[in-house]
Design a protein around this ligand. Sequence first.
Ligand code: Z5A
Length: 216
Amino acid sequence: MKLNKGLFITFEGPEGAGKTTQLEMLRTYFENSDLSCIVTREPGGTPMAEQFRQLVKHHDEDEPIFNETELLLFAASRAQHVRYIIFPALQCGTNVLCDRFYDSTTAYQGYGRKINLDFIKILNRYAAGECIPDLTIVLDLPPESGLKRVSNREVVNGYDRLEQEEMSFHRMVRNGFLKIAEQEPERVKVVSALAPPEEIHCKIVRLVEDVVEKIR
Ligand code: Z5A
């Protein structure tokens, strides 16, 4: 599956859905197929954007982060990440696998925080520039199951602000991802995250192959 330009694949979904697990499995699949790829993440992905990540996830001082500030920090991180890492890699023909991208902003800040969705759409496009994913995989599961998985793992840096939100918030976020998939069925594919990792991986590989067929 050699293409002139790299494929841009994003992974989305609630916490603990298994995005990191599946990204690593897909990376191995690409490498075993002799295809160059990089794995990156949002927020973060560049030294500067990683500083935004730390700020937005672990800010715990007396001064709160307001919803508007949070939205702009995610957008700032993306603007930097796209221009410094993602776009140059795609132009060189390197495939890019990204853990979260602008659909997380729509789901968390739009459906979760209730910031105006039309405004978020404009901001997402502004930050992402020409980088529109070729394929977005939403790993779907009830938030209770995802948070349980996450709570089982070792806590390295403390729970982040978003993980500590009410269950109702996490339900709105999940619903947001499903709405995005309904609105953009060509790009966004929902895969149940409740199956064993190997089974999920096989489904994802089929989706990647379908996209390659379409754009080849
Ligand atoms: N955020 C936002 O609000 N707006 C934005 O625009 C962007 C992000 C870009 C980033 O957190 C936070 O930023 C996130 C959204 C918000 N909010 N929160 N909270 P992050 O990057 O630190 O974390 P995350 O993206 O939420 O991912 P995660 O919690 O690390 O989970 P994951 O990557 O999806 O899952 P995992 O690490 O692969 O697996 C979790 C556990 O489940 C682990 O023990 C696995 O072994 C296990 N696992 C994995 N797959 C399975 C299956 N299939 N069955 C059973 N167990 C499994």
